[in-house]
Design a protein around this ligand. Structure first.
Ligand code: SAM
Ligand code: SF4
Length: 429
């Protein structure tokens, strides 16, 4: 999501005559786009700021801006903590950047951290900063109306608002016409996407169908679904369109209904399992990935075992796994005690990671001997003789180059695998 936001920021500033440089030493403005989701994400930003301090010593006209969630969370207070910062800009204030830059350039500290109920940057054509020219992010909504007890997102990104479907379809169409072959529709809870115009209501299933209809050669992905809202209707829409990728990211967070209740996730273990069964029933062969938090407030060994058994039962393809990190101002920080000792959190996280490594390896092994369709993204990082791409299930595959290029679709016979990658040969172009 931050990559998508940085592309909006780049667009706002290029309109005013700036251009993006990859050489930090040449930059006249450095904007650090930030995440507040866990404490270590913020720690990394402080380290990064320390690492660029010398640039300001060498160039006193350099403008340094802190943008995004951390800017929103800390507001003008950061100006007291970090002298280096000239600008503090929240995620809904990017249109104001040209004015803020001017203010900073005239020697004043510039701040805009106003959140908006309407801003979706719908009319801004993002300047693509990705390298491959094949896959791009398209933001379909901003903010979040859920109040998961551990989560800072609703406080730093504001209330949920959906973007006009017409602008989403035209952005995706423009990408396809420029050679892109994959778009990922982004939102904190895509299942609650909603747009009403007169009597026409567009929900997420209708939206994704519109994007899928742009061309069968355009792959469509999305992130993130919320288990409480993910409908059979969405799964049936996916089943109707082969170009909607066979992958659902469905964060479980915990396998214990007691912990889920404390987290205010609004579903139980049984409900989550029902949603996984629905995916298996309606979309056979669909990959499922998840997010798991280890050591949330009051979590016992028994709760932790329930997370492990849920993971084993679901056989997740992939997971993002985190230690619980208390975030100031959240419901958990106000109402619950962060009472699981750090060494227990670490131990539980390590068990979760070890299990997931085994599950990921198993799901890759099951692909050996199959023919899979891969969208080529570019050269493999390991060897220039190999290309790398992804299957519809979001599994990475590498294979000898042949005469293919980024953006081509190719059928690969899977010969072997590592725990993260399928390795195969081309069977048909
Ligand atoms: N909106 C998505 C959802 O509901 O799943 C993703 C939100 S968040 C950007 C990504 C993940 O970070 C969450 O799914 C959760 O696992 C994790 N996360 C959020 N707050 C956290 C916290 N305080 N400590 C540890 N992990 C956290
Ligand atoms: Fe955070 Fe929950 Fe919203 Fe996801 S759904 S962004 S975890 S509050």
């Amino acid at each position: 999501m931050n990559v998508a936001d940085s592309e909006v920021v780049a667009s706002v500033l290029t309109e005013k005559g700036f251009s993006v440089t990859t050489d930090i030493n040449k930059a006249s403005i450095i904007l650090v786009n930030t995440c507040s989701i866990r404490e270590n994400a913020e720690q990394r930003i402080w380290n990064r700021l320390r690492a660029i301090r010398h640039l300001k010593r060498n160039n006193k006209h350099l403008v340094v801006g802190l943008i995004g969630c951390m800017a929103e969370r800390l507001k003008e207070k950061v100006l007291e903590t970090e002298q280096l910062i000239d600008m503090v800009v929240g995620p809904d204030a990017y249109r104001d950047l040209p004015r803020l830059v001017e203010e900073a350039e005239s020697g004043h500290k510039a701040v805009n951290v106003l959140l908006s109920r309407e801003e979706t940057y719908a009319d801004i054509a993002p300047v693509r900063m990705d390298q491959n020219g094949v896959s791009a992010f398209v933001s379909i909504m901003r903010g979040c109306n859920n109040m998961c007890a551990y989560c800072v997102v609703p406080y730093v990104r504001g209330a949920e608002r959906s973007r006009n479907p017409g602008s989403i379809v035209s952005e995706a169409t423009g990408l396809f016409e420029r050679g892109y072959r994959e778009v990922t529709l982004l939102g904190q809870n895509v299942d609650s996407y909603r747009w009403e115009q007169g009597s026409i209501k567009t929900g997420f299933p209708e939206l994704i169908e519109k994007v899928a209809l742009i061309s069968p050669l355009l792959r469509v992905r999305f992130s993130t679904s919320h288990p409480k809202d993910m409908s059979d209707d969405l799964l049936m829409t996916m089943a109707r369109h082969e170009n909607i990728c066979r992958h659902v990211h469905l964060p479980a967070q915990s396998g214990s209904s007691r912990i889920l209740k404390l987290m205010n996730r609004e579903y139980t273990r049984e409900w989550y399992m029902d949603r996984i069964n629905a995916i298996r029933r309606i979309l056979p062969g669909c990959a499922i990935s998840t997010d798991i938090i280890a050591g949330f407030c009051t979590e016992t060994d028994e709760d932790h075992e329930l997370s492990l058994s849920l993971m084993e039962w679901a056989g997740f393809d992939f997971a993002y796994m985190f230690k619980y990190s208390e975030r100031p101002g959240t419901r958990a920080a106000r109402k619950l005690k962060d009472d699981v000792p750090d060494e227990i959190k670490t131990q539980r996280l390590n068990e979760i990671i070890a299990l997931q490594n085994r599950l990921s390896a198993k799901s890759k092994k099951e692909e050996i001997g199959k023919v899979v369709e891969v969208l080529v993204e570019g050269e493999s990082k390991r060897s220039r003789e190999f290309l790398s791409g992804r299957t519809s299930q979001n599994r990475i595959a590498v294979f000898p180059k042949g005469d293919l290029k980024a953006g081509d679709f190719v059928k690969i016979f899977v010969e072997r695998c590592t725990s993260a990658t399928l390795i195969g040969k081309i069977v048909e172009t």
